[in-house]
Ligand binder design. Structure first.
Ligand SMILES: Nc1ncnc2c1ncn2[C@@H]1O[C@H](COP(=O)(O)OP(=O)(O)OP(=O)(O)O)[C@@H](O)[C@H]1O
Length: 351
């Protein structure tokens, strides 16, 4: 049976095939995992933000990491990519342990991420931002810098590559504009394009849809799907359930730091544990029976894409407090970055 939304491209069909026999359960083994993580924990004071026993990310497919606000998704991203250090645990990329590998080396190894609050450098032009994204520049070392022909050729190649990515991401006309002049959606596109400068095998996107206007959303979705067509693996954190439903081959759900469910979107979104986790995360005070019933119906509807989905208040699915919470967690993400990579003054917030 055709699954609506995820498409029938060769890469979508391949992804479905490769995941067909994977168990719909937390920590499920995958046929060819690109990332494997074990016993990862991270606490802030008394709060355990991440407590992941085992998780595998399948190569060549699009995996969504979802969960209510504060579930630990961004912290887990930070840990996997070397922007934060776990209290315990080990994880590998292509079979190589990344424990103690700094973020810039993780990127060079082929695992590149974007941020919830984009890190485009607003005082640089679009093309300059793209050049910053290229890893392993020959002129970066003293020896390399002394051989001008070597880095000059590389710079020319990088510019060619940057231009072709800017064409692909429909940003070529903005090439000489300052990144700070771009709209929120265009910055997301630029960040994604810049991430591809490193030619990564795994692209990790933290809330690619946040702050993107509806007109750009479709094009962004297309770009994410095209990464899978290129043979890349995508892991993305997202609250926009339409996007999750539309493009994910596989969904991993976190709540209170733990992985609580896994499976294809249609199976995960009907999972009672998942609906309960979203509900539980948003209601500290006692609810009347009627209020609880109403919220429950709205949450189910949102997950299953029913008619009430668009009318349902986002509270039920954890997006009501997005603005405040996103800003707060964005600060956390920035706070956990090494000083050398911080670009706080260039960030744009979700709008
Ligand atoms: N640097 C930090 N210092 C203190 N607490 C933190 C820090 N980073 C994260 N936390 C806390 O850890 C928990 C997990 O946060 P995290 O941002 O990873 O969740 P999330 O699932 O990404 O949430 P959201 O969807 O709202 O972005 C939250 O309770 C958060 O307040």
């Amino acid at each position: 049976m055709e699954t609506p939304g995820r498409g029938t491209s060769a890469s979508a069909l391949r992804a479905r095939e490769v995941l067909a026999d994977v168990a719909h359960e937390p920590g499920a083994k995958k046929p060819d995992p690109i990332v494997v993580a074990d016993h990862i924990t991270r606490s802030f004071g008394g709060l355990t933000a991440v407590d992941v026993e085992h998780v595998e990310v399948q190569r060549g497919v699009i995996t969504a990491l979802i969960g209510p606000n504060g579930a630990g998704k961004t912290t887990f991203f930070n840990l996997l990519t070397g922007f934060d250090r776990p209290d315990s645990g080990d994880w590998s990329f292509n079979g190589t342990s990344l424990n103690k590998v700094p973020a810039y080396k993780v990127a060079r190894m082929g695992m590149v991420r974007t941020f919830q609050l984009t890190k485009v450098l607003s005082k640089l032009t679009v093309i300059e931002n793209m050049r910053v994204g290229a890893t392993g520049q020959k002129g970066e070392t003293l020896l390399g810098a002394m051989f001008k022909p070597m880095w000059q050729r590389q710079e020319t190649d990088n510019t060619k590559r940057a231009d072709s990515l800017l064409e692909r991401f429909l940003l070529i006309k903005k090439r000489e504009d300052f990144a700070g002049e771009l709209s929120g959606g265009q910055r997301k596109l630029l960040e994604m394009a810049r991430a591809l400068m490193a030619d990564p095998e795994l692209v990790m996107l933290d809330e690619p849809m946040a702050g993107v206007n509806p007109a750009l959303k479709q094009s962004l979705l297309g770009h994410v799907k095209s990464l899978r067509d290129d043979g890349r693996t995508v892991l993305f954190v997202e609250h926009d359930m339409d996007m999750v439903r539309d493009i994910s081959d596989w969904v991993i759900v976190m709540a209170q730091g733990k992985i609580i469910a896994e499976g294809p979107p249609e199976s995960v979104m009907g999972d009672q544990r998942v609906i309960d986790a979203y509900l539980g995360a948003h209601h500290d005070e006692a609810l009347t029976f009627e209020a609880e019933e109403k919220i429950h119906a709205e949450a189910s509807s949102e997950f299953q894409g029913g008619p009430a989905a668009s009318a349902a208040p986002r509270a039920s699915t954890g997006t009501t407090e997005r603005t405040g919470s996103t800003a707060a967690t964005g600060e956390h993400a920035a706070a956990t970055e090494p000083a050398s990579t911080r670009t706080d003054d260039h960030e744009d917030g979700p709008r």
